[in-house]
Design a protein around this ligand. Structure first.
Ligand code: ACO
Length: 466
């Protein structure tokens, strides 16, 4: 008998270790019985194809919109048990990594599979630190954006544009090219992220400072003004580094799936990662912490929380930062962020939104609507408040998420390149449209007079210049 299915995905070795476990399926249309092998607690969707009524038909497919119960790959990078609230990278718990490690070390671990030796870590840190500069032409690209362009849109374009600066990255089978792409992506995404902020603020771009740590350098590129050197407070750099670790990878989420899906066409890694940035931009994914802040601002006062929760319960609103496709228990990352909040608030100015967030969480967790649906705070519920305390504007939150997630995307992209089962991603569909229609000449077509087209124009945003 198959062992119990993992909550968030099948786990190798948890299923039929001896390869003899099977699933017997009877097709009630034909009365035929099929025996499907069970491996790693999964059956292969392709094994369904043999199930057919007539020899010449296509065969049975599985239907899984949003892939909620489909393993799309084998991976040894990240393990999640959503029911128990467990997150591990390469076997190490997220709690122990946040306590003992640094973001760059975790990035190494994700990509290369093992914690680095001292010499490996030094080399890795050196390589990343010395690839943080971007080509001056990328600066010019950023100058072409409107003053109020969303920084995620700018980052998305910047990462896509990197592929034009490093055309050799197309040689995805070349190990050295892959290494350089990994280094360049992790090193340059923070620089592009900071440029997007400076562009919005109308401030000159700040070049990387190789004397600083990864998190310090990012804060310097964002906040440096006239001072010769910007050294952020250690508590803030530490909190940001922990946030980077927390966001580094999360197995087959929407953006990682985008990177793997696009990368499966053998496109260069910059283009594949740009797809990840695009997916992360969405409010149901990386855009959630931005939405949390906007929600807290709208709630405005603790007294307004009960009314707000009533609106959520009547489905007029969503409680942003709550709920997760995988965690049906407390998101472990949210707990770790909470531990770092006091140090950040100590080092920064008082922020009333923190109280609103804490009370909102308390009231939601005492409400049957949320507990019965297993809706708990996710990583985004508190990360936005820390970013806000650091003085980072709301528009930038998702961009900051993209910085560490780049390491995860790269790790997953690298793993896919080594996967003997890799093929171009090409799901099937259930076709619901018409077929075999006769073409009708335009003069002979009937239909309503109303023209289908865009709605009446809304007033335009003010434009800078002509
Ligand atoms: N507020 C109110 N109700 C919610 C919320 C929420 N945040 N999330 C889920 N629900 C409700 C749904 O309406 C549904 O109720 P029903 O059973 O009465 O129809 C039930 O809980 C189950 O929700 P699903 O939408 O089926 O859950 P799913 O796993 O598809 O969605 C998601 C997960 C997208 C994260 C969802 O919880 C959500 O939209 N949360 C808010 C956005 C957010 O915080 N996203 C960040 C995710 S973490 C990350 O990307 C890093």
């Amino acid at each position: 008998m198959a062992t119990e299915q993992q909550t968030t995905g099948a786990s190798a070795d948890s299923g039929a270790a001896n390869g003899t476990e099977t699933l017997t399926v009877t097709d009630n249309r034909t009365g035929k019985t099929y025996e499907l092998p069970i491996t790693d607690s999964t059956v292969r969707a392709m094994d369904l194809r043999q199930i057919k009524v007539h020899e010449d038909e296509f065969g049975l497919m599985s239907f899984d919109p949003a892939s909620t119960n489909t393993a799309s790959c084998r991976s040894s990078i990240t393990y999640i048990d959503g029911d128990k609230g467990i997150l591990e990278h390469r076997g190490y718990s997220i709690e122990s990594l946040c306590q003992n490690s640094s973001f760059l070390e975790v990035a190494y671990l994700l990509i290369w599979g093992k914690l680095p030796t001292q010499a490996q870590l030094e080399r890795w840190t050196f390589d990343i630190t010395h690839h943080t500069f971007v080509h001056e032409d990328l600066k010019h690209l950023f100058e072409g954006f409107r003053y109020d362009a969303h920084p995620m849109g700018m980052l998305l374009s910047g990462v896509g544009a990197l592929s034009t600066f490093y055309p050799d990255a197309k040689q995805i089978k070349d190990e050295e090219e892959r290494y350089m792409a990994a280094v360049r992506l992790i090193a340059k995404v923070p620089t592009l992220a900071a440029f997007s902020y400076r562009h919005n603020m109308g401030l000159p771009y700040v070049y990387p400072d190789n004397d600083l740590s990864f998190a310090e350098n990012f804060l310097s590129m964002v906040f440096r003004k006239t001072e010769a050197k910007h050294i952020p407070k250690p508590e803030l750099a530490k909190a940001l580094d922990v946030l980077f670790i927390l966001h580094a990878d999360h197995e087959q989420n929407c953006s990682t799936n985008a990177v793997r899906g696009v990368g499966s066409s053998d496109v260069d890694p910059y283009s594949a990662v740009a797809a990840g940035v695009a997916a992360l931009y969405g409010p149901l994914h990386g855009g959630a912490n931005e939405a949390v802040l906007r929600m807290l601002r709208r709630i405005d006062r603790i007294d307004n929380i009960p009314d707000f929760l009533e609106r959520v319960k009547s489905q007029e609103e969503k409680l942003m930062g709550f709920g997760h496709r995988v965690y049906k228990n407390y998101d472990p990352r949210a707990r770790i962020i909470q531990e770092h909040m006091p140090a950040v608030f100590e080092a920064t100015e008082y922020n009333p939104l923190v109280e609103i967030a804490r009370e909102l969480e308390k009231q939601a967790l005492a409400d049957e609507y949320f507990t019965s649906r297993k809706l708990y705070p996710n990583v985004d519920f508190y990360s936005g408040i820390i970013y806000e305390a650091l003085g980072i504007p709301t528009d930038m939150f998702t961009v900051i998420f993209a910085i560490p997630r780049t390491a995860g995307w790269v790790a997953q992209w690298m793993e896919m390149q080594e996967d003997p089962e890799k093929k171009i991603a090409r799901p099937r569909q259930i076709y619901t449209g018409e077929r075999n229609l006769d073409y009708v000449a335009v003069d002979d077509r009937e239909g309503p007079e109303k023209i289908v087209g865009p709605p009446a124009r809304r007033p335009k945003r003010p434009r800078r210049g002509a």
